[in-house]
Design a protein. Structure first.
Length: 639
């Protein structure tokens, strides 16, 4: 396996492949090598290897000195053809391109496909539409270069993923208490909800199934969120029913609902149907116009009543002529007609300034619509979002899909999420969150949650600490990379504010399992965080998996490893080639038939395709990349 990248995701992904899937990994990343070419470093040498060792120690507990024994590093600034050849792309099984720049990843993917048409490619792209087109192009190139290639193998030939899309649902779910954790993989939406321990005499709702038991220290201020220890107090993924029954007083995460989402929201929908009347014209102007209209109606009625034989429409027409001062003077008319004409003229004098005021207010409203909105007066119960970069932009879209009011804070007015916030009509404050008065302008003292998602750990921490001084019970979610730092922050904040909810999330921690699973050649639908662990959701065909083939749904359940959630009942020829895609790549309409309420006695056939939840190690075992127990051991229950 080859991993090419220039940020923390590359190091964590390499550690995931090596320590969880037991793969030989070559890491290509910038370093201190010669500027004109790559330098192949021996295992354990170079700054990249040292960093990889520390990341591996955080992921699996492996000592850093032992973590790099199965990893080679190629230090190069860009993945050129020479660099890829030096890394062994022509003989590799899979290549991950996780640079932060989309253009760099695309250029390297085209080069790698030419060097090795059968290479499995996993590409990190932020642009979803471009990713779909790139998948089609690279798969077609592989099919042309290898005419005898099985078309079914193209399902895993090229996979385009986004770390922002993988992590955004979990980050957005922390904004509101009780909001479901979700895996939003374009066309497929899985919902999981955190349940608090039932009170005395109450019965816990198991949902469709229990995905995890939360750690016993979740409510303990001195406890660690998501401790990776294997003790009985640590979070337990995919527990068996007996374990759930015995774990009294512990919270659970259950699968509550599964549904399909529609097509992506268009820009027109995001922008709304137009400015509402309340923003075009002020309340005082609207009341003035209403009073003027009422006066005109009263004059028209009076004219109709005082003019014998007059038609109501004729009376209204004459009143309007008097209003605009274009009627003949009523010199020889009755006194009542003269009085009504004078009153209509006075009302007409008030019409001109109202027209001018309305035009000016409408012009100001249209100008302010293209500018940044400010938080309205009286706003409360909202979420304050810090940072509108790649992650913040996706989280903002998720929050608006959940109808959660948001106020954004961004230092750079040219950030990519500012345009989206304007279309969504979300208030934005441009400024440095560490400066006094910025959080107050976002009305954090009346907010429900704070999501600190900037790229700086210290900025996120400083904002969270200051927000807690303003509102001690504020729900806080921090984007932190370093696991040790995140654990220390979590424990300290919990001890200082035991009644408040604090969460620390790492984008690379959430995204790495999905990228690693895709490199193994399986369709990864997404991931759900369980404290600081991760449950991976995948769709795979039963054929070739002795742990699944020929067994019942009940027999395939492996506590702590994997659990089948759904079965695709559509015939293999009519299935959607990619469950995670919003539309089929070939443009055809494929039927969907996922069944979630499975009978435990159903026997899986080789042609069946299932959706399952698995731990990272469980998925690695299912993929068969390292030695596994034989069928007899599994059937005897010796897991």
């Amino acid at each position: 396996m080859i991993v090419c990248g220039d940020d923390a995701l590359a190091h964590r992904l390499a550690a995931e492949l090596r320590d969880v899937y037991k793969e030989q990994v070559t890491l290509v990343c910038p370093g201190g090598g010669p500027p004109l070419g790559p330098r192949l470093a021996a295992p354990g040498q170079g700054r990249a290897s040292a960093l990889l060792g520390r990341v591996s120690a955080a992921v699996t507990g492996t000592p850093p000195a032992l973590a790099v024994t199965r990893t080679a590093t190629v230090e190069a600034d860009e993945p050129t053809e020479t660099v890829l050849e030096a890394a062994g792309a022509s003989e590799a099984a899979a290549l991950a391109l996780v640079y932060d720049d989309d253009e760099t990843n695309i250029r390297a993917a085209l080069t790698a496909r030419r060097l090795n048409p059968g290479l499995r490619l996993v590409i990190r792209l932020y642009n979803r539409k471009l990713g779909q087109h790139l998948e089609e192009l690279l798969d077609q190139a592989a099919l042309v270069a290898m005419p005898g290639m099985d078309p079914a193998a193209l399902d895993a030939s090229t996979t385009v993923l986004s770390d922002a899309d993988t992590a955004a649902p979990a980050l957005a779910a922390t904004a509101v208490a009780g909001t479901s954790k979700v895996v939003h993989a374009d066309g497929l939406l899985l919902r999981a909800v955190e349940r608090t321990p039932p009170g005395r005499g109450e019965t816990a709702d198991p949902g469709l199934c229990t995905l995890a038991l939360l750690s016993a220290t979740t409510t303990d201020p001195a406890g660690e969120e998501g401790s990776d220890s294997s003790g009985t107090d640590a979070p337990q993924l995919l527990p068996d029913p007996s374990t759930v029954d015995a774990a009294a007083g512990r919270g659970t995460i259950v699968l509550e609902a599964v549904s399909h989402t529609g097509p992506p929201v268009t820009a027109r929908r995001l922008g709304g149907r137009g400015l509402p009347l309340s923003e075009l014209f002020s309340r005082r102007l609207r009341w003035a116009v209403a009073g003027l209209a009422l006066a005109v109606v009263a004059l028209a009625v009076a004219s109709w009543l005082t003019t014998p034989g007059a038609h109501p429409l004729h009376a209204a027409y004459v009143t309007l002529l008097d209003l605009f001062s274009i009627n003949d003077p009523a010199v020889d008319e009755p006194l009542s007609r003269q009085v009504l004409q004078l009153l209509a003229g006075l009302v007409g004098l008030a019409l001109l300034p109202l027209l001018v005021a309305g035009a000016l207010e409408a012009l100001g409203a249209f100008r302010s619509a293209s500018a940044l909105r400010r938080p309205p007066r009286g706003l409360s119960g909202h979420a304050v979002l810090l940072g509108l970069g790649k992650i913040g932009t996706r989280v903002l879209a998720q929050l608006r899909d959940l109808d959660i009011p948001v106020v954004c804070i961004e230092e750079n007015p040219e950030a990519r999420g500012v345009a989206l916030a304007r279309r969504l009509r979300v208030p934005i404050i441009i400024g440095d969150v560490t400066q006094e008065g910025v959080l107050e302008a976002a009305k954090v003292h009346r907010a429900h949650a704070l999501l600190a998602l900037t790229s700086s750990d210290t900025t996120n921490l400083e904002a969270a600490l200051y927000a807690r001084t303003v509102k001690s019970d504020l729900r806080v979610s921090l984007r932190l990379y370093d696991d040790d730092f995140a654990t220390a922050v979590y424990r300290t904040l919990r001890a200082a504010h035991p009644d408040a909810v604090t969460r620390s999330r790492s984008v690379t921690h959430l995204a790495a399992p999905a990228f690693a699973g895709a490199m193994m050649g399986r369709q990864i639908l997404g991931a759900i965080p369980v404290e600081r662990r991760v449950l991976v959701f995948a769709a795979l065909v039963v054929a070739g998996h002795p742990e699944l083939e020929g067994r019942t749904i009940e027999e395939t359940f492996r506590p702590g490893a994997w659990r089948i959630l759904a079965l695709d009942t559509v015939a293999p020829a009519d299935r959607r080639p990619d469950l995670a895609a919003p539309h089929p790549a070939d443009g055809e309409q494929h039927p969907t038939g996922l069944v979630w309420d499975l009978h435990p006695g159903y026997v899986l056939k080789p042609e069946d395709r299932v959706v399952l939840a698995a731990t990272r190690r469980g998925l690695a075992e299912l993929l068969g990349r390292h030695q596994q127990p034989d069928r007899g051991e599994l059937r005897n229950g010796e897991h």
